[in-house]
Design a protein around this ligand. Structure first.
Ligand SMILES: Nc1ncnc2c1ncn2[C@@H]1O[C@H](COP(=O)(O)OP(=O)(O)O)[C@@H](O)[C@H]1O
Ligand SMILES: [Mg+2]
Length: 437
């Protein structure tokens, strides 16, 4: 693995990327985003609040109205060489202090370009390992971390034969997707064959084949880990994991599909479990060789025993980060960008209030014809916001194939239990008219 870059202070190396010695230089950052990214608006707003100069690298120009064309750079995540050349040329015109990927799509390119331009970064190899679920499992196993038993298969393998060799229940998944896309539990041989066939069909898509490359030809098969799920939001500074928030997922996630709904912080798990989450998170960061930037990890907790499910060098997905606030009103994106441009001090702690988000479950597939109840939901005590993110008239696709969130509800309050109740009460106010296409 690459040698970690030494930490640098803004006053030294990174400011030199702009005008050496100048006190008034505005750090310039390249934000790598996907046209479909939920995170673009929040990161752009954070950059604006911090007074950073931004170039947005996107796979389609003019991804947001907030950006003038001269502030965007076309990148093609499937063609890293061309993207690298475009980034190097932009850097030569006006140097970046940092390159930040908003979500999984851009992390590999961000690491590669940063390394080439001698900007602070995670080692490329670490980021690549974290983005492939099979490689990730192999590294965790070699590091002695607890995890499911696993094996990889090719989409061309005979599922009936594979099914005779596995122990049930098991979980099948693509190795390079996220947000539970294509993740299916199987309890018996027919269920396994159905799940496998469904994943194979999902992966048989030109866009996904271009995105995944060889990884699009693989299916990962894991033993099913029982238990409740907990997420950890953190940031890595000089290889050290700082825990920003521990989030409980109080709805059961038992399959056959794994639709995430509630995230509530602070966690109601005891200190011993929370210490173990942090310990395993740090061990995974070390094993991968990650050095800096945001990290999102997920764990299963069963009878007090913690097992790391995954850890990714990015922040929490969808619009979930909107429930998190640090110190006197810093967003998670501000925390991430401040660190990226060289602020070495630890971020302030999350606010005192409990906070939570519900990713609104998708009740059925079809066309969203109408929805009702948002105003009533927003009026529930503790509710901070309700947003339906799929426009009326557009398709709604449930898991395991779906990849767009129906919407989000945010809540704050004195206790996690209060926040959870508020979210459930608000959700009960909502109704959706979804008709077959
Ligand atoms: N081996 C497993 N045992 C139990 N549940 C699992 C297992 N693997 C995945 N899941 C469930 O599926 C969800 C998504 O799987 P994950 O591997 O985290 O993929 P993604 O990157 O799509 O989030 C997990 O959060 C968990 O609820
Ligand atoms: Mg996950």
């Amino acid at each position: 693995m690459d040698k970690p870059a030494p930490p640098r202070a803004l006053s030294k190396g990174r400011r030199a990327a702009g005008q050496p010695g100048s006190q008034s230089v505005v750090p310039r950052i390249l934000l790598l985003m996907d046209t479909e990214s939920y995170r673009a608006g929040d990161f752009l707003r954070a950059a604006q609040r911090l007074g950073l100069s931004v170039l947005a690298g996107t796979n389609q120009p003019h991804v947001t109205e907030a950006l003038a064309p001269e502030r965007t750079l076309a990148v093609d995540y499937a063609d890293e060489e061309a993207s690298l050349a475009a980034i190097a040329a932009a850097h030569a015109r006006s140097p970046f202090s940092a390159i930040v990927a908003l979500d999984d799509t851009g992390t590999a390119l961000a690491a590669r370009a940063s390394t080439a331009l001698k900007l602070p970064s995670n080692p490329q190899e670490s980021v690549r390992s974290a983005s492939n679920k099979l490689v990730f499992r192999e590294i965790m196993q070699a590091a002695g971390l607890p995890g499911p038993t696993f094996r990889a298969a090719s989409v061309d393998d005979d599922p009936a034969r594979l099914a005779r060799e596995v122990v049930f229940p098991c979980v099948l998944k693509p190795v390079f997707l996220n947000a539970s896309r294509g993740v299916i539990r199987a309890d018996d041989v027919p269920g396994f064959v159905r799940a496998f066939t469904r994943i194979k069909a999902l992966l048989d898509d030109p866009g996904l084949r271009a995105k995944g490359g060889d990884a699009a030809g693989r299916v990962l098969i894991e033993s099913y880990l029982p238990g409740v799920e907990v997420a950890l939001e953190g940031s890595i500074a000089d290889g050290e994991l700082r825990v920003l928030a521990v989030l409980d997922k109080p709805d059961p996630l038992e399959g056959p599909y794994f639709e995430e709904t509630l995230f509530i912080t602070p966690s109601r798990h005891g200190q011993a479990v929370q210490r173990e989450l942090a310990r395993q998170g740090q061990a995974a960061v070390d094993a991968l060789g990650l050095r800096q930037g945001p990290v999102h990890a997920e764990f299963r907790v069963h009878q007090g025993a913690v097992t790391l499910l995954e850890l990714a060098p990015r922040s929490i997905g969808g619009n979930c980060a909107r429930m998190l606030q640090f110190g006197a009103g810093q967003s998670l994106e501000e925390v991430i960008l401040r660190q990226a441009v060289g602020h070495a001090e630890p971020p302030p702690p999350r606010e005192r209030r409990a906070a939570g988000v519900m990713m609104i479950p998708i009740p059925a597939g079809g066309i969203l014809r109408d929805h009702a109840g948002s105003a009533r939901a927003a009026a529930v005590a503790g509710i901070e916001g309700v947003e339906i993110s799929i426009p009326v008239g557009q398709p709604v696709v449930p898991l395991p194939e779906g990849r767009r969130y129906l919407g989000f509800i945010y809540a704050k309050g004195p206790t996690p239990a209060f926040v959870e109740q508020a979210l459930r009460k608000a959700h009960a106010c909502l109704s959706f008219d979804i008709r077959p296409e």
